[in-house]
Design a protein around this ligand. Sequence first.
Ligand code: HEM
Length: 81
Amino acid sequence: MGVGTDKPDPDVGRYAVTHDARDWGVFKTPTLREVEHTAPYMHDGSLATLDDVVEFYDKGGIQNRNLDPNIKPLHLSDEEK
Ligand code: HEM
C-alpha cells in the first residue's frame, strides 16, 4: 500500500530483516479489533483518524515499487465512505 514510501528516508519494513526485494516497504496487516481506540494509524502513525484511513484507501495507496496491483483508486462517493 506504500505507507511512508513517499518520505525521504522511508522505513523499509520487512526488507530490513529478509533483504528480499519483494519485502521492501512491507508491513504486517494489523488486527482492526478496537481500532476506534487506537489512533493514530499505520506503522508510522501517519493517519490521524479513520476518515483519513478511508481517504488513503480511496486514493489507492501511495505509488511505489511494490504497490500491490489490487490496490487502486476507488472513487467512492461520500455516502460509500
Ligand atoms: C485489499 C485490502 C486491504 C489490504 C491489503 C490492507 C492491508 C493493510 C496493511 C498492510 C496495513 C498496515 C499498514 C502499515 O502499517 O503501514 C493496514 C492497516 C490498516 N487498515 Fe487495511 N488493508 C486493506 C483494506 C482495508 C479496509 C477496507 C479498511 C477499512 C475500511 C482497512 C483499515 C485499516 C486500518 C484502520 C489500518 C490501520 C490499523 C492500525 O494502525 O492499527 N483496511 N491495512
